[in-house]
Design a protein around this ligand. Structure first.
Ligand code: GLC
Length: 543
């Protein structure tokens, strides 16, 4: 197995100058930092911006192009910061605007770009506008920036329609004056009314605020949710969560959202340096996802169809082709993603059994993802092969979905446990003051320190893969892969100068060796008769 050790002096983008623009996002590897769980700079048990700043060299050496940070704005943290009270302020728990400015500058000096999370579908119930709306009472124009409605039933005691919250229960909450307000997520996250010009203006201004701060782009939270169908019609079905991602619902993926993104694209294009936006859009099909990345809209959209695909050669091949085919007409890059802060970590999800963690499939899946043309998203800790933590005690949980019913993919604290940096010490180097969610003792062996320089480790596999992705001309570029004949359960595809072989079966498979091994997710043996691919293994070949 070939492995390459990271060499911090060789990062191609490193310079004191702003990062040069070269369609950088089309094949970028973008690393998601979940700030409360990445690194704790002030020892309060919660990650923060100074912690991220200190660890930027680690991300530069890992070989990613950009860092997307989940929200760090002023927030009561009812949904871990996805409930924003002030879009232009940093929550004291994470630091100050000065820290954010330092983070952006440090990142640029290291050749890394910074993408921030924008949460336009809803605010916090502690946002000034929502507090005003409550104070002013029914009929006030200040209520029109949200969705307030009288209830149904004789005394208005029933919600205005049958929409269910993503976190469980009705998506309406009644106020003391008897009106109801809409919240697709928690009651502390009232939905904005995107028909209202003040909402539209406010978000254009927020975009400019962060662009002026120097950020390179935005991840748009719930990008598919902003516009609701006229009249907020009933769905007429229960268990609406099951419909998510399968049907166009009156609150998701409405055609009207695209007008918003066209106006945002004009703003992004006014700035130099190719500032981008990526949509978190859960749509029924990759074809509908492509609508978000038309030439005058956003740049990328997460490929959740790929994330949701089983470890099965036929299904993987289908979703890869379909994703590439869907993006070709709009000339946008396809994205690939296996994990994020909302889903079960792929080390556990793909193993098929949450109690028998086996990193092999995850390693093979990661190498497959990084061999595909387009942009790839890496969620913090996946480069360490971290599993989902499935046995968190109830009293430490914070995910609002846990308290309201099953949320998207169940409960999300298990993928948010803080990163182990060292094999020993307080919270394995996360910070000097413990960690807001307990880390399993087995994570000592998965820490950055324990894995660094171990050629068999998942961390060194990622470092080597990202190094090769930069060195091999065009590995992330292009719009298609050329499939080659392969036995059942095996994928073989060709890219210029490169072949990737993936054995998804539970047994070794022998193939003719297509070239010279560049990197592999498990040791492989090449003999005169060919190569024996162990079960659940991906190999990169130079041809
Ligand atoms: C997105 C976020 C998720 C959050 C939700 C509501 O899906 O990724 O973490 O709970 O939006 O803002």
């Amino acid at each position: 197995m070939t492995q390459y050790l990271a060499d911090s002096t060789r990062h191609p983008h490193a310079s004191d100058q702003p990062v040069a623009a070269t369609d950088w996002w089309r094949d970028a590897v973008i690393y998601q930092v979940y700030p409360r769980s990445f690194a704790d700079g002030n020892g309060d048990g919660m990650g923060d911006i100074p912690g991220v700043r200190e660890r930027l060299p680690y991300l530069r050496d890992l070989g990613v192009d950009a860092v997307w940070l989940s929200p760090f704005y002023a927030s009561p943290q009812a949904d871990a910061g996805y409930d924003v009270a002030d879009y232009r302020a940093i929550d004291p728990m994470f630091g100050t605007l000065h820290d954010a400015d330092g983070l952006i500058r440090d990142a640029h000096r290291l050749g890394l770009r910074i993408i921030v999370d924008l949460v336009p579908n809803h605010s916090s119930d502690q946002h000034e506008w929502f507090k005003q709306a409550l104070r002013e009472g029914p009929g006030s124009p200040l209520r029109q920036r949200y969705h307030f409605r009288p209830g149904k039933g004789e005394n208005g005691e029933l919600p205005p329609n049958d929409w269910e919250s993503i976190f469980g229960g009705p998506s309406w909450t009644r106020t003391e004056d008897g009106e109801w307000y809409l919240h697709l997520f928690a009651p502390e996250q009232p939905d904005f009314n995107w028909e209202h010009p003040a909402v539209q203006d406010e978000f254009r201004s927020i975009l400019r605020f962060w662009l002026d701060m120097g950020v390179d782009g935005f991840r748009i939270d719930v990008a598919h949710g902003l516009v609701k169908a006229d009249g907020l019609p009933d769905i007429g079905a229960h268990e609406q969560l099951k419909l998510l991602g399968n049907d166009v619902l009156p609150f998701f993926d409405q055609d009207g959202v695209h007008e918003v993104y066209r106006s945002w694209r004009r703003i992004l294009d006014e700035y130099d340096g190719e500032r981008i936006a990526v949509a978190e859009a859960w749509t029924p099909t990759v074809e509908r996802t492509a609508n978000y990345v038309r030439a005058d809209e956003l740049h990328q959209a997460f490929n959740f169809q790929y994330l949701g695909t089983k470890w099965d050669a036929t299904e993987l091949r289908e979703v890869i082709d379909r994703s590439l085919d869907a993006m070709r007409p709009v000339a946008a890059p396809t994205t690939w993603v296996l994990s994020n802060h909302d889903v079960v970590r792929h080390a556990t999800r793909l193993s098929g059994d949450e109690n028998s963690y086996d990193p092999h499939r995850a390693r093979a899946a990661s190498l497959l993802m990084l061999a595909l043309p387009g942009s790839a998203y890496v969620y913090q800790g996946e480069e360490l092969g971290l599993p989902e933590v499935t046995d968190l005690p109830d009293e430490v949980r914070q995910d609002p979905a846990f308290f309201r019913a099953a949320g998207q993919d169940g409960f999300r604290d298990g993928c948010r446990v803080p990163i182990p940096w060292t094999a020993e010490g307080s919270s394995y180097g996360f910070g000097s003051g413990g960690s807001w969610l307990p880390q399993p003792a087995s994570w000592a062996g998965l820490s950055v320190e324990a894995q660094t320089a171990d050629p068999a480790s998942t961390l060194e596999l990622y470092r080597a893969a990202l190094r090769l992705r930069r060195e091999l001309p065009g590995l992330g570029a292009g719009e298609s892969v050329q499939w080659q004949d392969a036995p059942e359960g095996v994928l073989v595809f060709r890219r210029p100068g490169f072949v990737c072989t993936v054995n998804t079966t539970g047994a070794p498979v022998t193939l003719p060796a297509p070239g010279t091994v560049l990197l592999s997710s498990a040791p492989v043996e090449v003999t005169a008769d060919g190569v024996v691919l162990p079960s659940d293994t991906t190999v990169w070949w130079a041809v």
